[in-house]
Design a protein around this ligand. Sequence first.
Ligand code: BES
Ligand code: MN
Ligand code: ZN
Length: 509
Amino acid sequence: MNILPSLAAPQAWHGDALAIAVFASPQASNVPSENSVKKALELSEPLKNLDIQVLACTLTDLITESEFTGESGATVSGRVGIDYAIRKVILIGLGDPAKATADVWRKAAASAVKWANKEKVKKLALSFPVYNQDVSLTAKAIAEGALLAAHQDKRFKSKNANPQFLDQVEVLETDPELANPAIAKAQQIVDGVILARELVSAPANIVTPITLAETAVAIANESDYFTVKILEQADCEALNMGAFLGVARASDIPPKFIHLTYSNGTPTRKLAIVGKGLTFDSGGLNLKTGVGSSIELMKTDMGGSAAALGAAKAIAKLQPTDIEVHFIVASCENMVNGSAMRPGDILTASNGKTIEVNNTDAEGRLTLADALVYADKLGVDAIVDLATLTGACVVALGEDIAGMWSIDDAFAEAIAKAAKDAGEKFWRMPLEDPYFDQLKSVVADFKNTGSRAGGAITGALFLKQFVEKTKVWAHLDVAGPVWTERESGYNNAGGTGFAVRTLVNLIIN
Ligand code: BES
Ligand code: MN
Ligand code: ZN
């Protein structure tokens, strides 16, 4: 699918379908009181002219018939008639202009693309207002939304169930000189998001620690700015990574510790991104058996590392200067066999701290412990980890919002800003130190789990034990948003590629 900006006005365009995005008119967005009916949308002068001149008044009819008000997410579509330059139209609501964010444009472009494919449209044009008076930002948001919506993962289908019809999306009244570089950038970012989606969606018999390591090597091989180091089990043993290796022990697939480094120019900032990379989490001997423990979804337990690798892939193309970024993944499976770690076993992490494993299903934090110690030794300015760490975080924030914990307010702000521009939701949670008492152990330095209540917070407090030197650290619990069962906005069912765009923004700004 091609996205091309064009200076053409909708009046002059012909093709299969035109998608027009409109703000809600002020009177339409008023809350209807008991005796006032919600007023349908009033078209702007240029759109009225377009409607009369080329659309046989289809827009007016659609608006009146459906009482379309232009609310965000609302759409109404119809056929123009025979022998017209444009066969079909869709109106897409952008909602209240005062509440506009780039994500509203992403989602509007996504709904245009999804509609066009359902309607078997090959050539689509978009007539969208400019977001924030910024043509580049508008084109970037539109391209991201369109490309993400168009991505369909058919790798594991034997036949092509829903073929794609759309092959061209023209963005009208848009200066190609400003828009083309923005669209190219969007494509590079989307390629990273798609990598993350596909890594998450692939089952655990396809994506293993070996696959993740190969993915990192492939990213490094394609770029002059990346180097990669894969630490094998023996290397991890030499580094005394007892916590990580304790988890890996019961798997027939070898663990891989991935260290991918991006460097371009003399760095003024150094960042480490640590991703949880459990390619399958059975729970171990604390096997995931209960209703709702979702063992069948535990192929997604490498969502944090998928986001890290997706961001790396995008950064390889975007090539920011003066920043050094370390992507670190301690990847393995959490399985069961005769050498599985037992509940009650004591593991020693690479910083010497001893951990009583009171629950083998709290394995992510054990792998991250050694990954964080490793990152902590690199002398970076900041570390951010991403992990599908706890079901408790999903209970707290639902499936669409990730939890954020940070020991540094400015870093929390920077992540919040990066996430807002990306259209990804994070909610800051407390590092409530007194809760660490729950992890007190009779025999070891601490245990790996506390009570069910506040389980996402004790998870974060556990990780904090392994960041000793680095003064800036944040933990992102992405257990909810990395996967979705139903399509919505620019996401399709399956892996969402969540956090790739936030990480890219964090690296670039
Ligand atoms: N991978 C899970 C967390 C998870 C749950 C991710 C649901 C995605 C969806 C993690 O390893 C885990 O099992 N956490 C336990 C922690 C508990 C034993 C303290 C949990 O959330 O139940
Ligand atoms: Mn687990
Ligand atoms: Zn897990």
